[in-house]
Design a protein around this ligand. Structure first.
Ligand SMILES: [Fe+2]
Length: 310
């Protein structure tokens, strides 16, 4: 795991920042997750984030269980959940923006519609999510800045073409300890970077050596998704992960699935001035990621052999 104190990084002199950024580059190449600590900002404390997660948990307890997604090991996800989507740099919950994304974005549309109706009925929940969004906007902005420099993307192009109209879809999920087999099967996330906030252990990931890590819930866990693998032409492998069976102990998670604008064409990364382009075709790539005919199939058996849901 790459430990990354956001407060320390922001205060560090230029030379030290460069070293931290180089360590993140090497860590991502080795399939490690970024573990972000000291991330409080703009009047949003880490304690408030915890309170907001508790509010999300209370709302999710009443939501029906969904079982749509299936991991590479055939394990279906079982959790109470819904989705919300925001444009990067627009932390306010915008109902008309969300409606416009139903059927367009990479997430399941039913889950976005479910989220719309839950949020319309709960202004307090909206306030809690917006407060977390303000904080996550900054966290994502910092990590994306590091990524942009590590991939040598020219600054203006990065600001005007990469970050602009990028989004983060949130998956708010409650793994109910009272329900049998409340878990999530092994998969890579089909987006650029994921940021996980949770209130309990149970999330596990594999690095490139197939070593299993189970991060503590205090920090934000940032994972490379399969679209970053594609955009970076295989430089950063996607991080396969799962959620163990939560029996007796319930767990609440908010995952911010950060993505570049869908179907847009980008210059390849690391940037080398070539004319080669990458098209961010999420709907085409997502099924490939989980397929035995897809680009990651050669690691499936090694992962399935090592996964333990207890
Ligand atoms: Fe995931």
């Amino acid at each position: 795991m790459i430990h990354f104190s956001l407060a320390h990084y922001e205060r560090a002199p230029a030379g030290e920042r460069e070293k931290i950024e180089a360590a993140i580059h090497e860590g991502f190449k080795a399939g490690e997750a970024l573990y972000i600590t000291d991330y409080a900002c703009d009047g949003v404390s880490q304690e408030q984030v915890g309170q907001n997660v508790a509010r999300v948990r209370d709302a999710l307890r009443r939501v029906e269980i969904d079982e749509g997604f299936v991991g590479i090991d055939g394990k279906p996800v079982k959790r109470r959940s819904f989705c919300v989507i925001n444009e990067f740099d627009h932390p306010g919950i915008d109902f008309s923006y969300i409606s416009g994304q139903v059927g367009v974005c990479d997430g399941d549309p039913e889950s976005l519609l479910k989220g719309l109706s839950i949020l319309r009925a709960s202004p307090e929940l909206v306030r809690a999510l917006e407060q977390n969004n303000r904080l996550m906007n900054r966290v994502i902005g910092v990590v994306m800045g590091v990524l942009g420099r590590n991939l040598r993307i020219p600054e203006e192009y990065f600001r005007e073409h990469v970050l602009k109209r990028s989004t983060y879809r949130q998956r708010l999920a409650y793994y109910d300890g009272a329900v049998s087999d409340s878990l999530c099967g092994v998969h890579p996330d089909g987006n650029l970077l994921s940021f996980l906030i949770t209130d309990r252990k149970g999330f596990r990931y594999f690095d490139s050596q197939f070593r299993v890590h189970e991060p503590e819930p205090m920090g934000i866990v940032c994972l490379v998704g399969s679209l970053l693998w594609r955009w970076s032409r295989g430089l950063y492998p996607p991080v396969f992960h799962y959620v163990k069976q939560m029996s007796g102990e319930s767990k609440t998670s908010i995952v911010y699935l950060y993505n570049l604008e869908n179907n847009k064409t980008f210059r390849v990364a690391p940037y080398d001035g070539s004319r080669e382009v990458y098209v961010n075709d999420i709907k085409r790539y997502k099924p490939e990621d989980l397929s035995r005919d897809g680009p990651f199939a050669e690691v499936f058996d090694a992962l399935i052999e090592r996964v333990k849901y207890e």
